[in-house]
Ligand binder design. Structure first.
Ligand SMILES: *[C@@H]1O[C@H](CO)[C@@H](O)[C@H](O)[C@H]1NC(C)=O
Ligand SMILES: *[C@@H]1O[C@H](CO)[C@@H](O)[C@H](O)[C@H]1NC(C)=O
Ligand SMILES: *[C@@H]1O[C@H](CO)[C@@H](O)[C@H](O)[C@H]1NC(C)=O
Ligand SMILES: *[C@@H]1O[C@H](CO)[C@@H](O)[C@H](O)[C@H]1NC(C)=O
Ligand SMILES: *[C@@H]1O[C@H](CO)[C@@H](O)[C@H](O)[C@H]1NC(C)=O
Ligand SMILES: *[C@@H]1O[C@H](CO)[C@@H](O)[C@H](O)[C@H]1NC(C)=O
Ligand SMILES: *[C@@H]1O[C@H](CO)[C@@H](O)[C@H](O)[C@H]1NC(C)=O
Ligand SMILES: *[C@@H]1O[C@H](CO)[C@@H](O)[C@H](O)[C@H]1NC(C)=O
Ligand SMILES: *[C@@H]1O[C@H](CO)[C@@H](O)[C@H](O)[C@H]1NC(C)=O
Ligand SMILES: *[C@@H]1O[C@H](CO)[C@@H](O)[C@H](O)[C@H]1NC(C)=O
Ligand SMILES: *[C@@H]1O[C@H](CO)[C@@H](O)[C@H](O)[C@H]1NC(C)=O
Length: 728
């Protein structure tokens, strides 16, 4: 790609020869040629001083991403990679994003007196940002985002600089900057239009007087820092401000009335702070240019104001995770450009039918999870033909599903769980033909109905997640589930299903999370369950296409899943009436992270092959009729952090070493014939004689212990979540 330096030199000589010939030839013509020459292919190169500034910058890099092959002393620096000059041969642009540059940013760049555009984004640069660059009287655009720069932004001297600072765009985001935001620095930046300081560690207050000094400010991005205090009223003076992002900080207080004077605002996001107050303030009407309003994750209360209907441009409304109450205003029907409405986890009540969804043809995402909405699902929702994700879970809705849901051709995520919907037969008959449905949560509804076994139910060809837990369904595990060939996660727990675990289960070749706990299943554990393709190899799950959920799925108090593949591999048969032995083939299911067979009637021994399940973090075989000894090699399961075999009939010594030393007595109790240091019944010396760490090499063990220790904390949560099983 690069011209070799030799070639470039020759070309230069050639140019100057041509030049002198022309000079001898014709005076007037020369002037003309010279002009063209200067514009197209200048003969003189950049100044020695500018070249040296750039070379000093290069010299201070510890890794130059191959830059030095182009940046060579003795060549014209205007032709160097990423460098551009104007006619006066002064360097105007230095543009080196994503070049793998490492090391410090040299202050020598500040000596390039014509430099207007400096882009060093997305490198591995560290150290501070030289003050010379911030106070430069030539730089207009400065982007050092996505590096590892640290330190504080030093105060520029508070006396006005000798020559005005020209900076219009400053992006210092995604670095490790810390400390206060020096207000005097911004005072000097009269021309600033965009300031992006997101994703750093800045503390203290947001400077109060931004727009007194920078009247042109249009973009202010301060999100993902540790700013505290209130939102400065002075921002209301920013008449040009289009984007204000200050989410994910510690801001508190209310929205100041002055802010509503910033009538150019199109994008206002203050999510995940500690703001409060009501939104029902008349002044807010003036923000009618808003396209995105995100106040989620605060403590706002009161009603969603009626004036929202005047926000005709509004596309994205996020008021999730607040304390909003009252009914959904009819006025929302007037925001005809809405694409995303996220009001989940508030205290909204009243009927959903208040809103005429027919007026919102662009709506793609509607999330009203965890409110107190009542009534039925309004028919008007089914005219939102672009709807992709609909979540109405955890409310007080009732009624049957409308067959018009089939109109929603793009519907891929549907969550209706924890309401009082009725007629599961109807629901399945309708939903089976939703061709694009991939995630379906309808658990905790249809209480006490019979799960239809109907052979005519098929379809669900795209379904990847099916949750019909907690419905107290009777019936068997229906065969139509076997036709949902893409199923990856199946939750049937908390019903009253009878009969055996069906032999066809291994035909679900993508299934890796299966929870049929707390039912009345009988019979033996089928051998086909030991042939589940996804559970037999860790490779399979990691190579699966990680489809991103249309909406984040929460499971337990603090876990959020963005992709299906971030669910652990689980086989949960807990709390049924299963009999027979644990098949020795269990050792084939190498991908398993959670294995729970507790509270059944299983007999025989714990198969030694369980010790092959090296990814196990949770193993619960408690409350069965298991006998014999605990396989010693279980102590080589380094990730195991929750373990129970209590209430069986096991005998002999408890293995020691490895994770076994961390388990509570309660993991082992109510096995009268067990002995060990953790129990009141100690082993005699003959029994106790066993290798402490079988086969594991000392070095390997150390590493494994560190990992297992980390996993321990992660998995405490995992286990809680499993027990809580609050997926929706
Ligand atoms: C570049 O070369 C000039 C003369 O050839 C020399 O004076 C200068 O020190 C060199 N610069 C660097 C950074 O090596
Ligand atoms: C840095 O922020 C500015 C202003 O917000 C923006 O124009 C620029 O694209 C950002 N740079 C990167 C690499 O995202
Ligand atoms: C700020 O910069 C980040 C890159 O670090 C970018 O992703 C983001 O979009 C920028 N914000 C604005 C408002 O341009
Ligand atoms: C908003 O601006 C108007 C004039 O532009 C001014 O009269 C009013 O006092 C301002 N309101 C607030 C709350 O600052
Ligand atoms: C939530 O709002 C109600 C009034 O609607 C108020 O009484 C309550 O204190 C608020 N709770 C919090 C945590 O702000
Ligand atoms: C809802 O809006 C549609 C289209 O704008 C209209 O035809 C329909 O009558 C409205 N329904 C109600 C109940 O207002
Ligand atoms: C939910 O709404 C019902 C009326 O539909 C009301 O009786 C109940 O108190 C509300 N519950 C909460 C927690 O607000
Ligand atoms: C169905 O979903 C797939 C991806 O899940 C998407 O590519 C496709 O466009 C969707 N089809 C419709 C009609 O929305
Ligand atoms: C659910 O609806 C049925 C009748 O449709 C009613 O008897 C029952 O009380 C409701 N349950 C709840 C929890 O609201
Ligand atoms: C439930 O739905 C089925 C199929 O749509 C229908 O035949 C049946 O009458 C419905 N049952 C009730 C009680 O509405
Ligand atoms: C566990 O067993 C040891 C030894 O018998 C005993 O000292 C300890 O109190 C027991 N701990 C619990 C929580 O039962």
């Amino acid at each position: 790609m690069l011209a070799s330096p030799k070639y470039t030199m020759k070309k230069l000589q050639l140019h100057s020869k041509t030049y002198s010939k022309v000079l001898q030839m014709h005076y007037l013509g020369v002037a003309l040629v010279l002009m063209v020459f200067c514009l197209l292919s200048p003969s003189s190169s950049c100044t020695e001083q500018e070249k040296n500034s750039l070379l000093r910058f290069l010299a201070e890099l510890s890794q130059d991403g191959g830059l030095s092959s182009s940046w060579r002393n003795g060549t014209d620096c205007c032709k160097w990679e990423g460098v551009a000059c104007k006619q006066d041969r002064m360097v105007r642009h230095v543009s080196l994003p994503s070049k793998g540059l490492k090391g410090h940013i040299s202050r020598s760049l500040g000596a390039l007196t014509g430099l207007q555009h400096l882009d060093l984004s997305e490198n591995l640069l560290s150290g501070g940002l030289p003050r010379e660059l911030l106070s430069s009287s030539s730089i207009v655009f400065l982007d050092v985002s996505l590096n590892q720069l640290n330190g504080t932004l030093r105060q520029l001297s508070s006396s006005p600089p000798a020559r005005p600072i020209q900076l219009q765009v400053l992006n210092i985001s995604s670095n490790l900057f810390a400390g206060q935001f020096p207000s005097a620095t911004w005072k000097a930046m009269e021309n600033l239009m965009a300031l992006n300081a997101s994703n750093n560690n800045f503390i203290g207050r947001v400077p109060a007087q931004f727009c007194n000094s920078s009247p042109s400010l249009a973009v202010l991005d301060l999100c993902f820092n540790k700013f505290s205090g209130s939102i400065p009223p002075g921002l209301g003076d920013c008449s040009k401000l289009r984007e204000l992002k200050a989410g994910h900080n510690n801001l508190s207080g209310t929205l100041p009335d002055e802010l509503f004077n910033a009538t150019s605002l199109e994008y206002l996001s203050l999510q995940n702070n500690d703001l409060h107050g009501v939104l029902d303030t008349a002044n807010m009407v003036s923000l009618r240019n808003l396209v995105t309003l995100d106040l989620g994750g605060n403590r706002f209360s009161g009603k969603i104001p009626d004036y929202i209907g005047l926000f005709k441009r509004l596309e994205n409304l996020h008021l999730n995770d607040n304390n909003m109450s009252g009914e959904l205003p009819y006025a929302l029907s007037n925001c005809t450009n809405l694409i995303t409405v996220d009001l989940k986890r508030n205290k909204l009540s009243g009927e959903l039918t208040n809103v005429n969804f027919s007026n919102l043809p662009k709506l793609k995402t509607l999330d009203l999870d965890s409110n107190n909405l009542s009534g039925t699902v309004p028919e008007s929702i089914y005219s939102c033909s672009n709807l992709t994700a609909l979540r109405l879970s955890t409310n007080n809705l009732h009624g049957q599903l409308s067959s018009r849901i089939g109109n929603l051709k793009h519907l891929s995520f549907l969550s209706l769980g924890k309401n009082n919907f009725t007629n599961i037969t109807n629901a399945l008959q309708i939903l089976k033909s939703s061709k694009n449905l991939s995630t379906l949560f309808i658990g905790h509804n249809f209480r006490g109905e019979i799960l239809p076994q109907d052979e005519t139910i098929d379809g669900f060809g795209n379904l990847q997640v099916l949750d019909i837990q907690g419905c107290q369904f009777s019936g068997r595990i229906p065969v139509w589930i076997s036709r949902a060939a893409n199923l990856q996660v199946l939750l049937l727990c908390g019903n009253r299903l009878t009969g055996p675990i069906p032999g066809w289960i291994n035909s679900l070749s993508h299934l890796f999370y299966m929870d049929v706990s707390t039912n009345r299943l009988t019979g033996q554990i089928p051998l086909t369950l030991m042939e589940m393709p996804m559970l037999k190899s860790t490779e399979n799950i990691t190579h699966m296409n990680p489809r991103v959920f249309d909406l984040t799925v929460t499971n337990g108090p603090s876990l959020e899943y963005r992709t299906i593949t971030s669910f652990p591999a689980v086989l949960n048969l807990r709390n049924n009436c299963l009999t027979g032995v644990i098949p020795p083939q269990i050792g084939q299911l190498k991908a398993l992270v959670v294995l729970d067979f507790s509270f059944n009637k299983l007999s025989g021994q714990i198969p030694h092959s369980v010790c092959n399940l090296t990814n196990l973090q949770v193993l619960d075989l408690s409350s069965n009729n298991l006998a014999g000894a605990i396989p010693v090699a279980l102590n080589a399961l380094h990730f195991l952090s929750a373990f129970s075999i209590s209430n069986n009939n096991l005998e002999g010594p408890i293995p020691s070493g490895g994770q076994f030393d961390t388990f509570q007595n309660s993991s082992f109790d109510r096995n009268p014939k067990l002995c060990g240091s953790a129990l009141t019944q100690k082993c005699n010396s003959a029994e106790a004689h066993q290798p402490i760490i079988p086969s594991a090499k000392q070095a390997d063990y150390k590493v494994a212990f560190v990992i297992a220790f980390g996993a321990f904390f992660g998995v405490g949560v995992l286990y809680d979540q499993l027990v809580l099983s609050r997926v929706h």
